[in-house]
Design a protein around this ligand. Structure first.
Ligand SMILES: [Zn+2]
Ligand SMILES: [Zn+2]
Length: 346
């Protein structure tokens, strides 16, 4: 019986990774396609990727695959060949991470899930087989010239806040599953317009486009590879970027600048700013936008209260946090958590 899971401790695995001499490439990709037997698909893929010393996190569902992996440099080609041997994954677009040390994963985890993107869709008649048409950067720009075109942003509010396509409509909910019916409702009188949907990497808007078609919209498009791919294509082809501001991404930079426009405001003083930060108080960690002046004034905290706590001795801070369920607070980046701007409550 082949080994389908790891038998070595996390610490040992991490050490092995850091001892590696060979450079790893971080790659992400997804594809919606019917998987009859996700469990079997998973087991076969595990053996193939394990043999190529690939690490990472992969989800398999009846609706497809979503993967973030790191591949040893000398195995990248073999990995491509392996994907090409699976018909629905042949010539798939791989997103290669830039500025990356390749140390993002140290084990391979492939999990079978209900969905690759949780959508809350209960309708058994819904399927991913009928998707919106792909548009690339040039096609997107051209379609946006048409007065009959509506652009819909399927990302979260804090992403939209610092950067979005010109005239893009925000679907004001914190979760994708709430956004889907909301988008249908908001657009219900516009079934014959060109509707372009986009998100960060394409996986959400591709599903959203299928959902709109399912609800009787006729001309639905989605931006292939999302904002990440658009920015890359626009740069390479020297196109005007219709995406203005910053593309929010979950890495240390919390965003990649696409154009020089600063479209958001500091949540504390209201001056133009688009730098996201997490409140330095460990009992808070609120994600918010802070200008450089306020970062100095509040020591990187979201409020005077948090600044006071942050400047206490560590032991006292720990005492204060006892009994507070901070797990929820750290990861909850919902709108409800964003406090009123300080200058508005004064
Ligand atoms: Zn400020
Ligand atoms: Zn705070």
């Amino acid at each position: 019986m082949a080994v389908l899971h790891n038998r070595v401790s996390q610490a040992e695995l991490k050490k092995l990774l850091y001892d590696e001499k060979e450079h790893r490439t971080t790659i992400s990709f997804y594809q919606y396609f019917p998987v009859d037997d996700p469990k079997q698909f998973r087991d076969e893929m595990y053996m193939a990727l394990h043999a190529l010393k690939i690490f990472g996190r992969i989800y398999i569902a009846h609706e497809g695959i979503n993967a973030q992996i790191s591949v040893p440099g000398s195995n990248v080609e073999a990995f491509r060949n392996y994907l090409d041997s699976i018909a629905p994954l042949k010539n798939i677009r791989l997103n290669i991470a830039v500025d990356d040390d390749g140390k993002s994963f140290w084990v391979l985890k492939i999990k079978v899930r209900e969905k690759i993107v949780a959508d809350g869709i209960a309708d058994p008649g819904f399927s991913m087989e009928n998707k919106g048409r792909y548009v690339n950067a040039a096609q997107m720009n051209e379609l946006m010239q048409d007065d009959n075109t509506i652009v819909i942003d399927m990302r979260n509010h804090y992403e939209y806040e610092v950067g979005h396509f010109e005239k893009a409509i925000e679907i004001p909910s914190d979760t994708f599953r709430e956004q889907l019916p909301m988008a249908v409702d908001m657009m219900k009188d516009k079934k014959d317009k060109n509707i372009i949907m986009y998100c960060t990497g394409g996986i959400r808007c591709e599903k959203a486009s299928a959902y709109m078609l399912h609800h009787g919209f006729n001309n639905v498009f989605h931006l292939e590879g999302g904002v990440i791919n658009y920015a890359k294509q626009a740069k390479e082809a020297g196109l005007d970027s219709k995406f203005i501001g910053k593309n929010f991404v979950f890495d240390d930079r919390l965003g990649e600048r696409i154009t020089e426009d600063i479209i958001a405001k500091c949540h504390q003083c209201g001056k133009p700013a688009d730098t996201h930060t997490n409140c330095k108080n460990d009992g808070c960690h609120l994600l918010f936008i802070q200008c450089a002046a306020c970062a100095t004034k509040y020591d990187g905290c979201c409020s005077e209260e948090c600044k006071t706590v942050y400047n206490l001795p560590i032991e006292e801070q720990k005492e204060l946090r006892k009994g507070i369920d901070k797990g929820m607070m750290v990861f909850n980046k919902s709108k409800k958590r964003l406090r009123p701007r300080l200058n508005e409550i004064k």
